[in-house]
Write a protein that binds this ligand. Structure first.
Ligand SMILES: [Zn+2]
Ligand SMILES: [Zn+2]
Length: 53
């Protein structure tokens, strides 16, 4: 199961979580849960340290 990159919560298939790759290095798959997306929480790529909204 995937975890949200911003809050570390488990992402369930039912919620509208978004999956994307890091725009900087492209090597990491980033999951963000519905809430973090809603509140515009930032994420940090564990591979390159890139932060983004
Ligand atoms: Zn989250
Ligand atoms: Zn990255």
């Amino acid at each position: 199961m995937s975890t949200c990159i911003s809050c570390g919560r488990k992402v369930t298939p039912e919620e509208k979580a978004v999956k994307m790759t890091c725009p900087n290095c492209g090597g990491v798959t980033i999951w963000r849960c519905e809430k973090c997306r809603l509140f515009g929480r930032t994420y940090r790529c564990p591979a390159c340290g890139f932060t983004g909204p």
